[in-house]
Design a protein around this ligand. Structure first.
Ligand code: LLP
Length: 437
């Protein structure tokens, strides 16, 4: 469910007309809904309410300060992956004591920062990392809270580039080796063995792989918890969302559509997993990114040209793969709708097979291929839906294109939460060597 919908033929985010935002702030423009972010968080939080738990939002999905503050206010913890993300969470008003720190390549500086800020736990991905964390903690005369990330070798059945829980991936430590690793970790005096963690992949649309992984790891977690006095078990993120179709043209109430029933809901997720988790008596952590932010954001773009080649109808827009990389990287689907509907847009005879493409000089710079879309022309605005997660955060300056602006909407209020980058900022840190001048 989300808070983007058509009223009298115009797309709204909550009570704000999206076209008015585009006119005021220009395009490309990311627009986020406060209500959707909060509701998605609460749905997961409520689903886990029968047990001790903490929802740790993954800022890697969307780390805008306005988004982070929205979630901190809702009571969220954070699943960070860099010193930068920790600083962002703190800058947004998040609590470091509710932060867990994942990632295979933590530097000494990052470990030191996290220890000084007092994070809840490091999620450790290798033995050399355990040794390094122990060394930094000794230097700071502290005890570092850690959990080891277990790789359960369960196929998440999602896109190859976002599968993480099999032995083909660089993540975690193999299931069979975990007990030995904890034995050795227990001998390192500056570590506090606080829990165990896993994460099998992203954009899972079925509960079965989660269930399989939890069934496999829960007995191990129980044995280790008894031995080492753990507090928590983090079962990772990965709850998927519906990208297709998120919002059907002409259907302002898409979420009542029967198609939505296929969604992996927090209720379904909890119904299968809670009976397995509850007996452990541990605090259960989850690390959702996409479920919270994905359908809470859209990317607005303006049509620059329509180019008909005889073979194709290219709709050339002002956003590109540098703004939203997911279609180019993963061939992923984002629903595309005009901000203003014309009567009969939903009729096939008023639609045309279109390739929506950006201005970047690569054939991979497209948002969709051969998709039936209402006919649009120069100056029309389009929205790419479900772009709230892994959208802006993966943007780049490729082709010397400035990063888009971001707006957060709450009710009838809208505020720019990140200004559009100025072109000068792009080369502000560069210089021409003296010997070339
Ligand atoms: N925890 C860990 C350890 C992770 O690696 C990830 C995501 C998450 C939690 C959050 O997963 P989520 O709930 O968002 O599925 N750029 C890709 C997704 C990469 C996911 C990386 N790890 C995409 O656009 O689909």
């Amino acid at each position: 469910m989300h808070d983007f919908g058509f009223k009298r033929g115009r797309l709204y985010c909550e009570n704000v007309s999206v076209a008015s935002l585009a006119r005021k702030h220009g395009s490309p423009l990311y627009v986020y809904s406060h209500a959707t972010l909060t509701r998605n968080f609460e749905q997961l939080d409520d689903a886990l309410s029968p047990i001790k738990h903490l929802v740790c939002y993954s800022p890697k999905a969307n780390s805008n300060l306005g988004v982070l503050r929205t979630l901190a206010n809702a009571g969220s913890g954070f699943d960070i992956v860099s010193g930068g993300e920790l600083q962002r969470v703190i800058a947004a008003g998040g609590d470091p004591k509710k932060c867990i720190f994942a990632g295979v390549g933590k530097t000494e500086e990052e470990i030191e920062l996290a220890l000084k800020k007092g994070i809840y736990s490091f999620n450790v991905e290798s033995e050399p990392e355990l040794v390094r964390i122990n060394k930094v903690a000794r230097r700071l005369k502290k005890k570092a809270p850690i959990a080891v990330r277990v790789n359960p070798n369960v196929d998440a059945k999602t896109h190859a580039k976002i599968t993480t829980g099999t032995y083909d991936n660089k993540f975690g430590i193999a299931f069979e080796e975990i007990e030995g690793v904890y034995e050795r970790a227990a001998k390192l005096k500056h570590l506090h063995l606080r829990g165990i963690q896993m994460h099998i992949g992203s954009q899972l649309t079925e509960v079965a792989p989660f269930e399989k992984a939890v069934r496999k790891v829960a007995p191990l977690a129980k044995r280790l918890a008894e031995k080492h006095g753990f507090e928590f078990f983090s079962i990772g993120g990965g709850v998927g969302i519906v990208y297709e179709p998120a919002l059907e043209s002409g259907d302002a109430n898409w979420w009542r559509s029967p198609k939505r029933k296929k969604l992996l809901t927090p209720a379904k997720y909890a119904a299968k997993l809670l009976p397995l988790l509850q007996p452990l008596g541990l605090r259960i952590l989850i690390e959702p990114g996409r479920f919270i932010a994905g359908n809470a954001g859209i990317l607005i773009t303006r049509v620059e040209y329509v180019k008909r080649t005889g073979v194709k109808n290219f709709v050339i827009v002002d956003a590109a793969m540098n703004d939203l990389a997911r279609p180019a990287l993963y061939d992923s689907y984002h629903e595309i709708v005009p901000l203003t509907q014309k009567a009969g847009d939903h009729l096939k005879r008023n639609q045309i097979s279109s390739d929506v493409v950006g201005p970047i000089c690569e054939s991979g710079d497209y948002f969709c291929k051969k998709r039936m879309l209402p006919k649009v022309g120069e100056g029309d605005y389009l929205a790419l839906l479900s772009a709230g997660a892994y959208g802006f955060v993966m943007a780049s300056n490729y082709n010397t294109r400035a990063l888009a602006a971001e707006v957060l909407v709450k009710g009838n209020r809208a505020e720019v939460v990140r200004k559009r980058q100025s072109l000068k900022q792009l080369w502000a840190g560069e210089s021409v060597p003296k010997w070339l001048q």
